[in-house]
Design a protein around this ligand. Structure first.
Ligand code: SF4
Length: 327
């Protein structure tokens, strides 16, 4: 698979200069998105819901976690256990930051060279981030991390010429009601073409055709929230899969209704599940990347099955729980 030219660092550890190479793995062989919305991260630190109570709002990532596994959602959003970002997700977070700062520059300054300068300037902060330090990366692994991040950053130019983007806002926080649901999120980028465009950067692998509709729900919810907030309905919503492709959808009343309806269903189910206090486990491939697998018997069984049948990558971080479990 080769969506983007492979590259490798060619200089010191504190720089972001690159040269072409065919020796490196491609970014998208490493799964990972940002672990949760910026809204989750910010609000977890500032508006903590009562421990054990239902969250006072829902974000796209919270809804997504709930749908994929209620038990994981309980650990993350009810018990509020730490969910540290993995390497690929943190590299994506760093890429988001650099692109945010780049798009805040005057259009003529939105160049690869300036992006590299921003990355270099921000790297000391990243390298001291507790989640990054917790990864325990050695020098070579840190070079790989920077390569992952830079490949995502540089991947923007495969999609567009950033100097042509008419930026309205970056990292726009939204807090509004969508139907009966209290909704919060952070929109990566709001821009104007013929109308408003809601865009979200993605550093993970672009979905195949059958999964696109589900992935678009997030940006359609952002479009609905922007309309609720500003009175102007965005005309398009986009997922920018860095280095790969842009997935664009026209924002129509039907699509908004469908996205809000799905969110409403999820919110109602959340309330029922929280009320009943029963959170079903949904074992599957994602157990390999679940930080709570050591607390989840169904997840450990799933890991054991997948490990013994060779259906899980050796790099899946939760395998450490399996190896630590008593025989
Ligand atoms: S280990 Fe698997 S089943 Fe258990 S909480 Fe995590 S994702 Fe859900």
């Amino acid at each position: 698979m080769s969506h983007t030219a492979a590259r490798t660092l060619d200089v010191g550890d504190d720089d972001f200069a690159f040269e072409d190479s065919t020796a490196e793995p491609t970014l998208y062989e490493v799964s990972g998105e940002r672990p949760h919305d910026g809204a989750d991260t910010v609000l977890d630190d500032t508006v903590a819901p009562p421990h054990g109570g239902p969250p006072p709002y829902v974000s796209p990532s919270s809804a997504s976690t709930f749908r994929s596994c209620q038990r994981r959602w309980e650990f993350r959003y009810i018990d509020r256990l730490p969910d540290p970002a993995g390497e690929a997700a943190l590299a994506g977070t760093f890429a988001h930051l650099v692109l945010e700062l780049l798009l805040q520059r005057p259009s003529e300054e939105r160049t690869v060279s300036v992006a590299r300068d921003i990355a270099s300037a921000e790297w000391p902060n990243m390298s001291e981030d507790p989640d990054f330090v917790a990864l325990g990366l050695d020098d070579e692994a840190q070079r790989r991390f920077r390569w992952l991040a830079w490949t995502a950053i540089e991947g923007l130019w495969a999609l567009e010429q950033p100097e042509t983007v008419d930026v309205v806002a970056t990292e726009r926080a939204i807090d509004t009601m969508l139907g009966n649901v209290p909704f919060r999120g952070i929109v990566d980028r709001l821009e104007r073409e013929d109308g408003l465009i809601v865009s979200d950067y993605k550093s993970g692998r672009a979905p195949s055709a059958r999964f696109r509709e589900g992935r678009l729900e997030q940006v359609l919810l952002y479009a609905a929230a922007i309309e609720a907030d500003t009175g102007e309905r965005p005309t398009h919503a986009r997922l920018l899969y860095l280095g790969q492709e842009t997935i664009d959808v026209e924002v129509t009343p039907d699509r908004l209704e469908s996205a809000i309806g799905a969110l409403d269903d999820t919110w109602n189910t959340m309330e029922q599940v929280v009320g009943a206090g029963v959170f079903e486990a949904t074992p599957g491939p994602l157990c390999g990347w679940c930080p709570y697998a050591d607390r989840c018997p169904e997840g450990l069984d799933e890991l054991a099955r997948r490990h013994s049948s060779g259906r899980i990558r050796a790099s899946a971080p939760s395998l450490r729980f399996l190896h630590a479990a008593p025989a």
